[in-house]
Ligand binder design. Structure first.
Ligand code: PEP
Length: 258
């Protein structure tokens, strides 16, 4: 049975020392009582190795915030999946809206990253989500379908169980706005149906669908209890141990599994 997954995306915040200290606090906080959710941390690249030294004997997993799809070569400033796997990453966030919108990552680039991450034994966390203009013009479903169809085209039926999906409405990321329970339920159902159509019920029902977008301690419980939510991707509120631990524990009460 697959537990819910809660991922802390630290983005470009914190130096090595603050990252290590935060990781230590989280290891302590999660040692007992045992929360039901699986937890992963995505620190900045420079902190991946030192954070891994802190978490490797705990139940917390290491995640990267992005990667390139090539093994090696003349790609200044990029990092390859094999480099991330070598230092202990188990998850890689792919297609985050900040990558799509600030760094102009296309659906095609994102589609190349998924098989590369899987090939190196890691699990991609594929982010999809609509902008406010797309939602207001009734395009949410079209956009999500396009992003999923494109990103998953290189993922085989046998590999879909290695993929996590995160629904992150762009208008909810870092804004303090978060989607209503109805909007989350509806979009997660749409994603689930797409997965089942494409990969069949047995596989499509197993993929975790996380929600992300201004998840905070005071709304995490409500979101965690939506029956179509299988985890959370947390940005700002993952930067302090107290708020992130409260969010992780919001799954302990529901104790829900797929
Ligand atoms: C994110 O970075 O994926 C995110 C959801 O950020 P925040 O929680 O700050 O909105």
């Amino acid at each position: 049975m697959t537990p819910p997954l809660v991922v802390g995306n630290w983005k470009m915040n914190g130096g090595t020392e603050t990252s290590v200290e935060l990781a230590r606090e989280l290891v302590r906080g999660l040692s007992k009582p045992r929360a039901s959710a699986q937890v992963a941390l995505a620190p900045p690249y420079t902190a991946l190795w030192p954070v891994n030294k802190v978490i490797r004997k705990s139940r917390i997993k290491l995640a990267a915030q992005n990667c390139h799809w090539q093994e090696s070569g003349a790609f200044t400033g990029e990092i390859s999946p094999s480099m991330l796997a070598e230092i202990g990453c188990e998850f890689v966030i792919v297609g985050h809206s900040e990558r799509r919108h600030i760094f102009c990552e296309s659906d095609d680039m994102i589609a190349r990253k998924l098989p590369a991450v899987i090939r190196h034994g890691m699990r991609p966390i594929l982010c999809v989500g609509e902008t406010i203009e797309e939602r207001q013009s009734g395009q949410t479903s079209v956009v999500i379908t396009r992003q999923l169809d494109s990103a998953l085209k290189g993922v085989s039926e046998g590999d879909i169980e290695k993929v996590e999906i995160a629904y992150e409405p762009v208008w909810a990321i870092g804004t303090g706005l978060n989607a209503t329970a109805e909007q989350i339920r509806e979009t997660h159902e749409r994603i689930r149906n797409l997965l089942v159509d494409r990969f069949g019920a047995a596989k499509g029902e197993q993929t975790r669908i996380l929600y992300g977008g201004s998840v905070k301690p005071d709304n995490a419980g409500m979101i965690a209890h939506i029956d179509t939510v299988n985890g959370l991707l947390v940005g700002g509120a993952s930067l302090t141990a107290e708020s992130f631990l409260t969010i992780v524990r919001s799954f302990s009460q529901s104790d829900r599994v797929l």
